[in-house]
Design a protein around this ligand. Structure first.
Ligand SMILES: Cc1cc2nc3c(=O)[nH]c(=O)nc-3n(C[C@H](O)[C@H](O)[C@H](O)COP(=O)(O)OP(=O)(O)OC[C@H]3O[C@@H](n4cnc5c(N)ncnc54)[C@H](O)[C@@H]3O)c2cc1C
Length: 434
């Protein structure tokens, strides 16, 4: 048990002062920490790496950090099944899997999140035939409010299993997961710029044509940056360290950071800056271990909202968001990010039951984000979107419930596993309980 200290997320704009911070080293210690919190009448939240933009991890009660629970427990190379502790980061897990000839089938654009935190919010990468990360789980070990450790799987408890895969931290503390990895593979990642109109007109075919396709749309520019990652035979060809630093840190972070900082100082320059950034993007190709191509460092701090929409609306929805981002009364220095994933069957997965296009909007730290994000949320309303649980949105349980066919089943599981609301913080009460 540690003295309370302020806890902040990566973006620096969500903070809380928990009464107690616990750093258990085992499931038994997690159960004991939950017991102490209950005895003191405190609520409990687990925090991962703090990479959510919402208040989802915040608590004034007991905050449980799993930073002492990040071991790889078992790996079976033949089946590809790996059992890992819940506090391991995706990067640590990727390195360990690679040493066994295995890898995640897909990842998002960073890999510093914990496996429990990433899956709890439905974190995803891009790939029209691939589902979000939580769909790759095969078993979840969870300590409930009563202090019981349960191992949830499709076979043991189908509804709790579908609820726990994207749990928003509302069912208990995940202590370990078993995940399905695939044989290690090399990715060739190509970034290039293309005319936006052509890309949007063929966005569906492009999403189907390669394993991983995404695009970035710079407001006020008629160019799109496309990113295409495809599997290739042959070994990785890692860039030399200075080259990787220039590409990943200097260009993608420092130069980009200077440009958006200039836009923050002089918003009227943003259209010109965006056009210059899009033009300067050029073409880069990387061939490396899959996880090194999927993820890259993010040094420029921002806040973000992301919506999961039925895939057939992709082009129309991007155009609607672009129209908002280019409004004269808004200054938007960040590109709009567009990705694709296959539907899955987790009850609260934003991609649940349908092939999905994700559209994300960002705002640089210190710039006004709320008017932009609210306007985008309104513009997307007619497309039946569902927000990412870890990214900003303005929805409540009342407006979310009709968008999730499995809503009541999730509620029933939550009432069964946490009848007294021990894991309910403000975010859970606002977005899940109502
Ligand atoms: C720079 C950046 C890039 C990002 N890129 C992507 C991307 O490409 N794709 C994408 O989908 N998302 C992306 N995200 C969002 C991010 O993946 C999610 O918000 C994710 O949930 C963060 O994981 P975390 O480990 O930081 O968890 P936290 O943010 O700390 O927690 C997230 C939730 O998980 C719960 N939780 C954490 N650990 C446990 C546990 N052991 N048991 C039960 N509940 C737990 C918390 O209570 C909370 O509700 C990005 C975020 C940032 C800041």
């Amino acid at each position: 048990m540690a003295r309370a200290a302020e806890w902040r997320n990566w973006a620096g704009d969500q903070a809380c002062s928990p009464a107690v911070v616990e750093r258990p080293g085992s499931a038994a210690e997690v159960a004991a920490a939950i017991g102490r919190a209950r005895d003191a009448g405190r609520g409990v939240r687990a925090a991962g790496a703090g990479h959510s933009f919402t208040d989802t991890a915040l608590t004034g009660g007991t905050l449980i950090s799993l930073d002492r629970m990040r071991r790889v427990l078992e790996v079976d190379r033949a089946s590809g099944l790996a059992r890992v502790e819940a506090g391991i980061t995706l990067h640590e897990c990727s390195e360990a899997l690679w040493s066994h000839g295995l890898a995640f089938e897909n990842l998002g654009d960073i890999d510093v999140q914990t496996i429990a935190g990433a899956t709890a919010t439905g974190t995803h990468g891009t790939g029209a035939r691939l589902r979000n990360l939580s769909a790759g789980l095969r078993e979840i070990e969870l300590v409930t409010a009563a202090g019981d450790t349960v191992a949830l799987s499709e076979a043991s408890d189908p509804d709790a299993w579908r609820a726990a895969r994207v749990s928003v931290g509302a069912l208990g503390v995940v202590t370990a997961v078993t995940l399905q990895a695939v044989p290690a593979f090399t990715l060739e990642g190509t970034d290039t710029t293309e005319p936006l109109g052509e890309v949007l007109d063929s966005v569906d075919e492009r999403a189907d044509a390669t394993e991983h396709f995404e695009l970035y749309v710079f407001p006020h520019s008629r160019l799109a940056l496309t990113r295409t990652n495809r599997r290739v035979d042959g070994p990785p060809r890692p860039r030399r360290a200075p080259r990787a630093w220039v590409d990943d840190v200097l260009l993608r972070n420092h130069v980009f950071g200077l440009a958006v900082a200039a836009g923050r100082r002089a918003p009227r320059l943003i259209p010109r800056i965006n056009r210059a950034l899009a033009h300067a993007s050029g073409t880069t190709v990387r061939v490396d271990r899959s996880y090194r191509v999927f993820a890259s460092p993010r040094l420029v701090r921002f806040t973000e909202m992301e919506y999961a929409l039925p895939r057939e609306h992709a082009a129309a929805a991007v155009r609607a968001v672009l129209a908002v981002a280019e409004r004269a009364d808004l200054a938007v220095p960040f590109p709009i990010e567009v990705r694709f994933v296959a539907g899955d069957d987790a009850l609260l997965s934003p991609a649940g039951g349908r092939d999905t296009c994700y559209i994300a909007v960002h705002m640089y730290r210190g710039m006004e984000w709320e008017r932009y994000f609210r306007s985008v949320e309104r513009a997307l309303d007619g497309f039946g979107g569902r927000p990412h649980w870890g990214k900003r949105h303005f929805r409540t349980a009342a407006t979310l419930a009709p968008r999730y066919p499995g809503w009541e089943r999730f509620r029933a599981v939550r009432e069964r596993l946490d009848p007294d609301g021990v894991f309910a913080n403000d975010y859970v009460r606002r977005t899940l309980v109502g």
